[in-house]
Design a protein around this ligand. Sequence first.
Ligand code: GLN
Length: 562
Amino acid sequence: MTKFIFVTGGVVSSLGKGLASASIGCLLESRGLTVQLMKLDPYINVDPGTMSPFQHGEVFVTDDGAETDLDLGHYERFTSAKMSKANNWTSGRIYLSVIEKERQGVYLGKTVQVIPHITDEIKSVIRAVPKNNPCDVLIVEVGGTVGDIESLPFLEAIRQIGNEEGRQNAIFIHVTLVPYIAAAGELKTKPTQHSVKELREIGIAPDILLCRSDRPISLDLRRKIALFCNVEERAVISALDVQSIYEVPLFLHDQGLDSLILEKLGIKAQEADLKKWRELVSVIKEPTGGTVKIGIVGKYVELEDSYKSLREALIHAGVANNLRVQLEWIESESLMDEESESRLNEVDAILVPGGFGRRGIAGMIKAVRWSRKTKTPFLGICLGMQVACIEFARNVCNLQGADSTEFNQETPHPVIFKLRDLIGVENFGGTMRLGSYPCRLQEGSLAYEIYGCQEEISERHRHRYEFNPEYKPILEEKGMKFTGLSPDGKFVEIIELPKEVHPFFIGCQFHPEYKSKPLKPHPLFVAFVKAAFHNRIQSENLKEDVVSNRQIDTTEIIGGEV
Ligand code: GLN
């Protein structure tokens, strides 16, 4: 029988409920339990797929092709649970299915209402998760903040499940803020009190409070919160800001959170085994191998959340190499000025990540050209691969005006064009090539080597445009290699430059970052960070050589056209 943990948030948004839920999952797994996680989002969009990264942050893609909230990325990185369409529901998607049922006549005769029809639909999607994937505990995170009008149906649904299951089988954890007020020189508990009051008014009495604060919460203050919020004193857990997100489970464990949860749910479990997790955190905090600087040239770089999985994948790859990965976020539009080369020169490797629309493309092309010519390790992901093809077509194959039809419909050389499968599809929501697809690797290629000589791999996709195969022979003739293709040969999935020409130049149409985990770093990122470090050592040696006035053949450094 599955037990339930409902996680709600109060006071303000962005308190890290997703990380808290993922960390709870991680702790329960460390005690030998099986977990599943899901997120309920109170907005009307059917999924976040159509939202701008500025609105929503990254869209996380699951194996089955769902475009989901980025918290699902945390769930997969912190636990072994596999996310799918079933694990993220928005109000829009709930309403859509209720309205579809109404049209089919399912509710015939009845007036369809928020209560019970919407709340019943919410309850049924929650209960479907453990039904299809039996687990000891299901953690359900409710997005938004308690007190929002739009969260109400979700809160009512979880209240009802709590009531149906009973106190021993379903608990409520509320994540709140205890702000420090500088003028008073004090942490204030009132916002937490109000938010719990609000929750209690709708019939949910939290069992545990996770209090976010930027400094330790004294025992006295915890007592006060416990008294006014009607929770046990030991159930007031302080969730301090920590250096690395991977510390969160350890921090919560040290305060006894997992034992408390198990006690409340009446589950007997083994002691927590967090050895690997502790090792991971210690390498993240103090890697002994050195530092590498990776330049990420994209257009949503100012927003911390828009490349969440990418950021994490690079940190994981740093751990695998025992290196600190310093990320240099370079706004691609800023690369159009004179100083751009000096900025690119400062990094050990360049990554052009995914993205949409034409803004900033010229800067990305410049960055690709620079890494190709200076032999700086390059990784292009999705849009990054497409841009690498455009750059190569223009500057090496001399196909002037080569472009993607996403940026220029009239290009004389559409090296990237709309997915052939999408011709005639005008809707935007959920119509990209989404989710996991197999890819065949060419023996002997860099990709083949990176993936440990596997012939076939599977990676997650999210794109509307693809490489135009008509241009394959032309680019091939000038030295580009197409080393990863869909098994039917229809889609180009990986491009690279041969080792003799460039030490590490690779682009992939898929998003490897979605599958990287801290304890299972993705081979592409591991190899990329390794190549970056190699480049760093080489350039340091080179600088020393210059200082000692030795003769250096500059063509070796600059490289000609391929
Ligand atoms: N805009 C490109 C496409 O739709 C790339 C998408 C991406 O980088 N995720 O194909």
